[in-house]
Design a protein around this ligand. Structure first.
Ligand code: PFF
Length: 454
């Protein structure tokens, strides 16, 4: 017998869980470097517009589908459109959660490793590129290091499984209530440290004065893709968390909180990073290496820098963990609801399988170092499939489903019951039926052209 469906016991519990899902590597690792390569503040302006006209309506849509059906993504589509192939959209979501978690856990594992690298000490003159390479397993003359990246990937996955096996209230909600406040405090400490460094003004100037000459078509694509990834949209994570909402929850307000927290934390993360990077005369446009190579070099130069480095990688790991649990929860909720698995069995077995699927990304810098798909390594390939294909396709089909099959009007009515401080007005139908699908189709097409032609 399957027991009654669990529900968040407090409104804050849900908001922190969904914000915990949203705030992750996407905010602290990806957002700053994407902003760095896209001209700073100019990117942020475009990103904010994408969040408002695409991110927020999609967030409301997914929360509504979950709350309405009280089901995992596959069950949600089945309940709304029985005996049609629409459930495949939910299945794509479960599959995407599987794929994203497999490599997300690898990067999160590097972050865990760096907590200990920081404890060992970041010192001036160290070769931080080399430190990074040894962490991800590149052969720097002593033979490839296969063990380190895999162990940290495994440790991170075990933490994720441990929380999810505890359930919605005793696992997810209990942990996000501890971890999210810690995350905020760590972030604020790092911001104060960064903006009070001598020479931090140049970083603030870069971050706050838009350079529209750096804006290209790619900037818009990056902004829209980032808004999906950062808000955990397009794959049913928010449907799943929404399915644990009770009747009296207010969708418009909850959605506003989650989108606001995610966006606020991404922007604040920029205030921790750019001033510090510029204060030391380093380059912000370093791409993915910004977090793991440039920042440790920054910490090495600061008084008590290893301590701040420790706080930073702790922050990054916590952010990653509260996101990873939502990815695993999608897969587990599906098995529990649809296949009658116990939560314990689903969490442990799926954790193990996802760990195994992630191994090629973990060994992408040694054993699978020769792998190349359109010039991308294993991790970038997984990431490309998830971000350039699965999330936009999942988001597009979800928007079309709710906009045209369920009908935006009905979703709107349901979302407004009970009414909250942010009413879902008729703008919702316009956005979800026309603007969101059009934007996603553009991203899909140009993203594909760019990858295959570029
Ligand atoms: N939103 C997370 C981040 O910004 O790192 C990533 C993510 C988590 C994407 C959960 C999708 C998801 F379902």
């Amino acid at each position: 017998m399957i027991g009654e469906r669990e529900h968040w016991t407090t409104r804050v519990g849900f908001i922190l869980a969904a914000a915990g899902s949203a705030v992750g590597l996407g905010n602290i690792w990806r957002f700053p470097y994407v902003t760095g390569v896209n001209g700073g503040a100019a990117f942020i302006v475009i990103y904010l517009i994408a969040i408002i006209i695409i991110g927020y309506p999609m967030m409301v849509t997914e929360m509504t589908l979950g709350k309405k059906t009280q089901k995992n993504p596959v069950g949600a589509f089945k309940a709304m459109a029985p005996n049609t192939p629409w459930w495949l959209v939910g299945a794509l979501g479960v599959f995407t959660g599987f794929v994203i978690l497999s490599y997300y856990s690898v990067v999160a594992g590097w972050s865990l490793a760096y907590i200990f690298r920081a404890i060992a000490g970041f010192a001036p003159g160290m070769d931080f590129a080399e430190l990074f390479y040894t962490t991800i397993g590149v052969d720097i003359g002593e033979g490839p290091n296969i063990i380190t990246p895999i162990i940290w990937h495994l440790v991170f996955m075990a933490l994720t499984v441990g929380i999810i096996a505890g359930g919605v209230v005793r696992g997810i909600q209990r942990w996000v209530k501890i971890l999210m406040p810690v995350l905020l405090i760590l972030l604020l400490i790092l911001v104060v440290r960064a903006v009070t460094l001598p020479g931090s003004g140049a970083g603030l100037a870069f971050y706050l004065s838009p350079d529209f000459s750096a804006v290209t078509g790619q900037t818009f694509l990056d902004a829209i893709a980032q808004s999906f990834f950062t808000l955990s949209l397009g794959m049913g994570a928010i449907i799943t968390y929404g399915s644990y909402l009770g009747k009296d929850s207010t969708i418009g307000d909850n959605g506003g909180w989650v989108v606001g927290l995610d966006t606020g934390i991404a922007i604040i993360a920029g205030f921790a990073i750019f001033p510090a990077v510029f204060a030391l005369g380093l380059e912000p446009g370093a791409g993915p290496g910004l977090t793991f190579i440039t920042l440790p070099a920054v910490f090495a130069e600061l008084p008590a820098g290893s301590f701040f480095g420790f706080l930073f990688f702790l922050l990054l790991s916590i952010a990653a963990l509260t996101s990873a649990i939502s990815l695993l929860e999608v897969v587990v909720a599906w098995l529990v609801d649809e296949k009658n698995w116990t939560r314990a069995k689903a969490s442990v077995l799926m954790g193990l399988v996802i760990f195994l699927v992630g191994i090629p990304t973990s060994l992408g810098y040694n054993v699978f170092g020769d792998f190349s798909f359109l010039g991308m390594d294993v991790l970038d390939t997984y990431d490309w499939f998830a971000n350039a294909l699965f999330l936009p396709i999942g988001g597009l089909l979800t928007a079309i489903f709710v906009g045209y099959v369920w009908q935006a009007k009905r979703a709107q009515e349901f979302a407004n019951d009970p009414p909250g401080k942010i009413p879902i007005g008729d703008w919702y139908g316009v956005l979800i039926r026309y603007v969101v699908p059009a934007a996603i189709i553009i991203v899909l097409i140009f993203g594909l052209i760019d990858t295959f032609a570029g």
